[in-house]
Design a protein around this ligand. Structure first.
Ligand code: ATP
Ligand code: MG
Length: 271
């Protein structure tokens, strides 16, 4: 699944990346689901060690168009993981308090602590997406942000945070279908936001903004993955697999108990 990794500096044309792609798993959904079950158990174990070791920090950035599946990814990929060590942060339209400060202020305050996995549901990348598309700040301001973001992430990585960034890539037709599905299901109607329909008019502008950010901010130390996301099961497989592979590289261990185990046992016995 390495093919979904965006190499630093690579020119990106999102129209050439098929959101319905399932790689070698095309037509093998049941097999893929079995594999995913195994990966999910691995993720649970790795996260447990991460929490116990209290050393590493993992930041996962999720970006997508509306109905792109951010919520579903969080629910599925982290299902079964100990909630003690995982935190989801949703970045909505900034408050006045946030707007009075630089755009990274609210982001920096939410980065993971040692032993913690933090999932950003939207992120600082909104500041070069919605902000660019709707010209919420002048071009000369948002243009500088790519470099600032790369520098910010480099600092986090240098200080011991691991960063993985996922763009959940769906197509415009799939989005329309998902909006209709929401409207047709009384349990999902609450998710429908009429503004999302207006936002569809800017689809091409968003794709352009995504292409620029992928080109400018996918680095060796904080890579972007473009995940074909029309099919939820494939999306979950790619995201889970990528996280598991990354966590394995950290060689985490349960901390050793300091002191003499036999002495402790005796102390417990005679207590
Ligand atoms: P769902 O997919 O369930 O609708 P959501 O992530 O879209 O969830 P909403 O409350 O619907 O959540 O939308 C959050 C909104 O906040 C988005 O429209 C997003 O573009 C906007 N937003 C996030 N960060 C910023 C930012 N820095 N500047 C301006 N708008 C922002
Ligand atoms: Mg929304």
């Amino acid at each position: 699944m390495k093919e979904h990794l965006i190499k630093p500096g690579k020119k990106i044309d999102l129209r050439k990346i098929d959101p319905g792609d399932c790689g070698k798993w095309a037509g093998r959904k049941e097999e893929a689901k079995k594999l995913l079950e195994g990966l999910s158990s691995k993720l649970e174990r790795l996260q447990e060690v991460m929490y116990a070791e209290h050393k590493q920090r993992l930041l996962i950035v999720l970006q997508a168009m509306d109905a792109g599946g951010k919520d579903g990814t969080i629910r599925s990929v982290f299902d079964g993981v100990n909630p003690q060590g995982v935190r989801v942060v949703n970045f909505k339209t900034p408050t006045t308090t946030e707007l009075d400060r630089d755009y990274l202020w609210r982001i920096h305050s939410q980065v993971p602590a040692r032993g913690e996995i933090v999932i950003f549901n939207r992120s600082h990348y909104e500041d070069v997406l919605v902000v660019r598309v709707h010209e919420l700040v002048p071009e000369e301001v948002w243009k500088k942000r790519y470099r600032q973001i790369v520098n910010f992430e480099k600092m986090l990585v240098d200080e011991g945070t691991t960063i993985l960034k996922f763009f959940l890539h769906i197509d415009k037709e799939e989005q329309k279908q998902r909006f209709l599905d929401r409207l047709n299901d009384p349990d999902k109607q609450w998710k429908f936001n009429p503004n999302d329909v207006d936002e569809r008019r800017y689809w091409d502008n968003y794709m352009q903004a995504f292409e620029t950010l992928l080109e400018k901010t996918s680095t060796n130390f904080a890579p972007w993955y473009v995940v074909p996301s029309n099919r939820n099961w494939y999306r979950n497989l790619v995201v889970t697999n990528t996280i598991v592979e990354q966590l394995k590289k950290l060689n985490m261990k349960y901390p050793e108990l300091e002191g003499n185990i036999e002495d402790f046992k005796q102390a417990v016995q005679s207590s």
